[in-house]
Design a protein around this ligand. Structure first.
Ligand SMILES: Cc1cc2nc3c(=O)[nH]c(=O)nc-3n(C[C@H](O)[C@H](O)[C@H](O)COP(=O)(O)OP(=O)(O)OC[C@H]3O[C@@H](n4cnc5c(N)ncnc54)[C@H](O)[C@@H]3O)c2cc1C
Length: 438
């Protein structure tokens, strides 16, 4: 894809990152006739290709894959693409749109140049830019708790980003830590392969998959949930940091009820608290975490029921939810050696890393501040992050709208700058408070 182009001294726009967010932005810029370059540290679609396990498939249905001017065209819109199909989809988009990408170049620093432009320092040299769009994803640093260091070397540790398949782990039982989307899917992957799994269950909510005759995301889409913007969300900005609902697209898609896995032999525990040698302790919150995940699950069902009743839709009834299993008491400790556990899979998420952006665009926790991706720093934008604007923003569903919006802002600012003969004023800079990245 990439041609070994030298870096030009200046670009109107630099897009950093060659995943779906960077590609979508580049396509919208191209359509608007705005010259730019896209810089990608590794290769296009790297995260989907190299940071997912072998049986990985989308949790969101294929019809939600709506890259700009390139919606999913395959024969299974209600299905869930496998990892390699997702890579094919992205590559086909890149072939069609021919982005001006330079691959294998890492951006090391973005700062303000004395001229007022943005300075982009890369492994290929330095360039100036009027506008910089950060499309680097939010999954830079795999989170592993400090107590992981206490585990003896005899226990293999792997983060979900490096998990590939059950055969990769040594023989023996496995402790998976975390019950977000990755954790429960990796747990299922191991369980289906016949491995004995122990799962530390956190506070992630869960979702129904099929309900009242349709897939739940179809109902939610029709009900307008995906159009809810973060400024109208009851949690506001905090929505950006909530864990996603767990379910799976595996084998055509199904919901994940951890109680049923417990009946099949998976051992459940509460939130992992500490590790001393081979002794792992858990908070006594398993029953509560299961109940809370179920409460979210039931509330989604209730929302769908109310919608069906109000709209007078003829949809099949469903049996009421019942708990298939409940823990007798909350288990609070586990001796890995005694249980024959030889590996631990950390599936407790990621942290974004923006320390390379030397501009006052962040809150005290290092999270970027923006309105629909437009930061308070003139010329700096973010795209592809969860709840950048809507629920679909961090996913295939919403990235086209977000990219298009940013390109319109950039286009307006370019036009204003051309008219004024000076850099365009930043529309939001007067409104947003600013602080430096921590
Ligand atoms: C496990 C998992 C499952 C998911 N499942 C779904 C799903 O079912 N459906 C859905 O719609 N979404 C899903 N997502 C969310 C989202 O679609 C993906 O995270 C997607 O990869 C985000 O695309 P992106 O372009 O924003 O970021 P990425 O795909 O992460 O791309 C960012 C790119 O930026 C590059 N980069 C980073 N730093 C630099 C730098 N300094 N200089 C140059 N380049 C740089 C990286 O190499 C990378 O290629 C999932 C995410 C995860 C982690």
């Amino acid at each position: 894809m990439s041609t070994p182009t030298p870096l030009a001294p200046r670009y109107p726009v630099v897009v950093i990152g060659g995943g779906q967010a960077g590609l979508s932005t580049s396509h919208c810029l191209k359509k608007a006739g705005i010259a730019h370059v896209m810089l990608e540290k590794r290769e296009i679609g790297h995260a989907w290709r190299h940071q997912r396990w072998d049986t990985f498939c989308l949790v969101t249905p294929n019809w939600q894959c709506r890259l700009p001017d390139f919606p999913y065209q395959g024969g299974d819109p209600k299905g869930f693409m496998l990892r390699d199909e997702i890579v094919d989809y992205l590559e086909a988009f890149a072939r069609k749109t021919q982005p001006p990408v330079i691959e294998g170049v890492s951006v090391r620093r973005v700062s303000r140049h004395v001229s007022g432009a943005l300075e982009v320092d890369t492994t290929l040299g330095t360039c100036l830019a009027d506008h910089v769009v950060v499309a680097t994803g939010g999954y830079d640093i795999p989170i592993v708790p400090p107590c992981a260091h206490s585990l003896p070397p005899s226990v293999t540790q792997v983060h979900s980003v490096a998990y590939r398949n059950p055969q990769q782990l040594p023989e023996g039982e496995v402790l998976v830590v975390g019950s977000g989307q990755s954790g429960v899917q990796i747990m299922e992957d191991l369980h289906l392969a016949g491995r004995k799994v122990h799962l530390a269950v956190g506070s992630a909510p869960r979702s129904p998959r099929m309900y009242r005759g349709r897939e739940s995301t179809e109902w939610l889409h029709e009900m307008g949930f995906y159009n809810l913007t973060v400024d109208r969300h009851p949690l506001g900005d905090e929505a950006r940091h909530k864990t996603n609902h767990y379910m799976t697209g595996r084998d055509g898609g199904h919901e994940i009820d951890l109680r049923r896995f417990a009946l099949e032999g998976v051992r459940l525990y509460g939130t992992l608290d500490d590790i001393r040698g081979t002794e792992v302790s858990f908070r006594p919150d398993l029953a509560r975490n299961l109940d809370e995940a179920d409460e979210v699950y039931c509330s989604i069902r209730r929302d769908i029921d109310n919608y069906i009743a109000k709209a007078g839709i003829d949809a099949p009834a469903e049996p009421p939810f019942h708990k298939a299993w409940a823990p007798g008491s909350d288990p609070t400790s586990l001796d890995l050696a005694a249980a024959g556990i030889t590996s631990v899979v950390w599936a407790i998420g990621f942290r974004a890393d923006y320390r390379w952006i030397d501009l006052p665009a962040f809150d005290g926790r290092g999270h970027p501040r923006f309105e629909r991706g437009v930061s308070a720093v003139p010329g700096l934008y973010f795209v592809g992050l969860p709840w950048l604007n809507t629920w679909g923003s961090g996913r295939f569903l919403g990235v086209a709208d977000d990219a298009q919006y940013l390109v319109e802002v950039i286009g307006r600012r370019q036009a204003a700058a051309a008219t004024n003969g000076a850099s365009a004023d930043c529309e939001t800079s007067a409104r947003l408070p600013v602080s430096t990245a921590s």
